[in-house]
Design a protein around this ligand. Sequence first.
Ligand code: NGQ
Ligand code: ZN
Length: 478
Amino acid sequence: MHGAGLCGLICIYNRVGNQGCPVADQTVQALWAARALLPDGWASDVRINLAYGRIAAVQTGAAPATTDTRAEVLLPGLGNLHSHAFQRGMAGLTEVGGRSGDSFWSWRELMYRFVDRLDPDSLQAIAEQAYVEMLEAGFTRVGEFHYLHHSVSGAPYAQPAEMAERIVAAAAGTGIGLTLLPVFYAHSDFGGAPPNPAQRRLIHDIDGFARLLSDCARSLAALPDAVLGLAPHSLRAVTPAQLAALAPLVDGPIHIHIAEQQREVEACLAWSGQRPVQWLYANAPVDARWCLVHATHVEAGELDAIISSGAVVGLCPITEANLGDGLFPMQAFASRGGRFGVGSDSNVLIDAAEELRLLEYGQRLQLRARNVLAPADTSSGRWLYSSALAGAAQALGSGQPGICVGASADLLELDHTHPALLARTDDALLDSWLFAARAGAVRHVWRAGQWVVRDGRHVARERVAARFAAVMQTLLHG
Ligand code: NGQ
Ligand code: ZN
């Protein structure tokens, strides 16, 4: 049934030297759920037919067929719009402050030191581990903001897209949906400052980057519903001319880190007299293709520009807290219809529910009030989940989200027998997942119709974890 798609998965997986594809024989044809969250709301006795990884039909009030896979409570899987998969390998290793203080920038130096140790095999092993954890958490697609391109010397690999291909292989090997965002990086700061030596593995000129993009497109052809976008790393890393040259290179999403740290705002003001988001809107055709990652430090006029452009803000609450970024003015943005999704970014902790919880809690702490984002009389959990679902789908170019005909069959079942979810239904159950449950509330996950997480465990968890363990041992102690 899954014909070309499955073949593609197997081929890309084997091409990089692995044994067999663990997600290749898990396809389900039809699912039946006692309750499911559809675009219009909760529904009962929902029968979902799948074909070629997509939802082919949705019936409510339907009896299950004997061959249907059954679920109690079904949700659409959430997109994770911003990840640097390799950083999962350094999670927890930067939590000791320096004598002269610790900051985003000193964290970045440690991160660059970790980058120096990675090769294609270790990148793939770490990415697979990160993607297994994402799927187990309920993230069914990832926007991989991929910037580690070259060998340790800074010279391109014999295959210039080697590292990107390992990301593709990690997605194929775990089954997660992939929106690949190859990153263009050329400078260390505003005004075209030369890159610093620690950034040598990241650097391209526009021609070299265009070649990388076409290699990536070829490699992604093996994944049936992969999406190719691109990402200028940040306004620090590109000149205005480079930024203008990048946008026409792909049709897909365009992501950029922006205004995450006060220092970037000050540097942008010193360089241009404008703040980063203000400068971007004055100089680039920002529209609904764009995802502004972080956008932490924005003023009212910049929020207006983002909202009217239809761009998505990519919020990464766990990483933004970990790195001491600051708080995006989410309530002002949300109350005026701003679009957003969440990302796991540094992957210091991979947890879809926790991202949404922390997004809400940051605002509660700041505003000293409760249930501050959802409109009155609306469940916070329902609002957070539905909004982030729509925002991520837009930012990842993955088409119509949700449980509806034509959408990708990316689904998850919550475990209604989990202690935090007991005796709850519908929005109360969703609220209880996001606000009251620890791990273990996601029972099953289907991704493009393949059953990738069963009883909380990814079907390839052991194999992936064993390889990850060996790689981490070598990286940290080898
Ligand atoms: C990154 N991470 O590219 O991994 C960045 C740090 C930078 C976050 N912004 C590097 N969270 O922004 O220069
Ligand atoms: Zn990032």
